[in-house]
Design a protein around this ligand. Structure first.
Ligand code: HEC
Ligand code: HEC
Ligand code: HEC
Length: 288
């Protein structure tokens, strides 16, 4: 039955209706879509359990509510996958997922994340090719994103204290306790991607080409901090040289930039930009 393919682009819902009964009596998770034949209704919103588990582990760390990791939309329920893609309106997001999972140049999950294991890929592919039948499995927990460390090299206290210490940890909070003379107002770490582990050596390719511009409330650049090879950057005064709040523009080696739109008053960047990001924070301060 799984060899059955969709009839053609744009007809996934028809396939879903046809497949519904088959799935229902095949012993696969879930009772099928249960909808009346001919009704173009998304039907039950639940994902089958095996699909849900893969989505929770591999997609929902970004495609969740609230959105994380710069993802443009949530992919939690079956109806989310049935919506048209905002970029390719003639295709559903399920079809786009299928296409992007196999797109080496622009993969999903993005290349900053560990690649999708073969079994996980097979589960999603079969479900999408079968027209995305419904299942029952409770709500999707949006699990934490897998943590990465591309360099496989970690800072340790033995590797020394100083400007390259403890990449990713909340610098100023610790310094206020343990090294107040070095508790500079703006301190943090730039990483190559969003979910890099605490202490991982980011090995920034060309550190001097990255700039952390600290803007005042009017948007004027007040400080330009350059991360060192450990990704760490810091200002050189214990208080901010201009009144709060501040914003940030991060300019990467290619000249592309990312701005922190929300004004902040705490200069200890890594206290919010943790492995997973606290609250609405997307994760690390990641190169644009
Ligand atoms: C680290 C965060 C992250 C993870 C994990 C992730 N995505 Fe994405 N996804 C994004 C971002 C960012 C975009 C928008 C930019 C882009 O399209 O590349 C996106 C876009 C998409 C789109 C819209 C593409 C289009 O052309 O309409 C789909 C579909 C998608 N992702 C599916 C998935 C699926 C399926 C998974 C899991 C197998 C997944 N993503 C995992 C961040 C993520
Ligand atoms: C868990 C506590 C802790 C954390 C987290 C921490 N530091 Fe430190 N740091 C210290 C201590 C303690 C010293 C003083 C060590 C000494 O004087 O030998 C210090 C000293 C320094 C110094 C001065 C070195 C010198 O030669 O005078 C710099 C610069 C520095 N840290 C940068 C950072 C940066 C950047 C971060 C965040 C990425 C950070 N630290 C995170 C505890 C910490
Ligand atoms: C109190 C928590 C908090 C602190 C402290 C903080 N940030 Fe952020 N940052 C956020 C949140 C939330 C976002 C996402 C919303 C936004 O862009 O405003 C963000 C986004 C960003 C972005 C843009 C990411 C994107 O959306 O493309 C950059 C760059 C950034 N922060 C850099 C910094 C730097 C540098 C510092 C320290 C000088 C800092 N942040 C301190 C919470 C924080």
């Amino acid at each position: 039955m799984l060899e059955m393919q969709r009839g053609g682009a744009g007809r996934w819902w028809l396939a879903a209706l046809l497949m519904g009964g088959l799935w229902g009596c095949s012993g696969t998770e879930g009772p099928g879509n249960g909808g009346d034949a001919g009704v173009v209704d998304p039907g039950p919103d639940e994902l089958p359990c095996d699909v849900k588990a893969v989505v929770a582990e591999r997609c929902a760390s970004c495609h969740t509510t609230p959105l994380k990791g710069y993802a443009p939309l949530a992919l939690l329920a079956r109806s989310d996958f049935q919506k048209p893609s905002p970029v390719h309106a003639q295709q559903s997001l399920g079809q786009r997922s299928l296409e992007r999972m196999g797109n080496a140049a622009s993969p999903m999950p993005p290349s900053s994340e560990p690649p999708l294991p073969d079994e996980a890929r097979a589960v999603l592919t079969q479900w999408m090719e079968a027209g995305m039948p419904a299942g029952t499995c409770g709500s999707v927990p949006s699990g934490p994103a897998p943590t990465t460390c591309a360099s496989d090299s970690f800072w340790s206290e033995a590797s020394g204290t100083g400007a390259t210490m403890a990449p990713g940890y909340a610098c100023r909070s610790c310094h206020l306790q343990q090294s107040p003379n070095n508790a500079y107002f703006f301190m943090g770490t730039v990483f190559p991607s969003l979910h890099v582990a605490d202490g991982c050596d980011p090995r920034l390719g060309s550190p001097s080409n990255v700039k952390v511009e600290i803007l005042d409330a009017q948007g004027a650049v007040r400080l330009t901090l350059v991360p060192n090879e450990a990704g760490n950057f810091m200002s050189n005064t214990l208080q901010s040289p201009f009144p709060m709040p501040y914003r940030v523009r991060l300019v990467g080696p290619t000249g592309r930039s990312r701005e922190m739109a929300t004004p902040q008053t705490n200069g200890d960047c890594n206290s919010c930009h943790t492995e997973q990001g606290t609250g609405q924070t997307p994760g690390r301060i990641a190169l644009p």
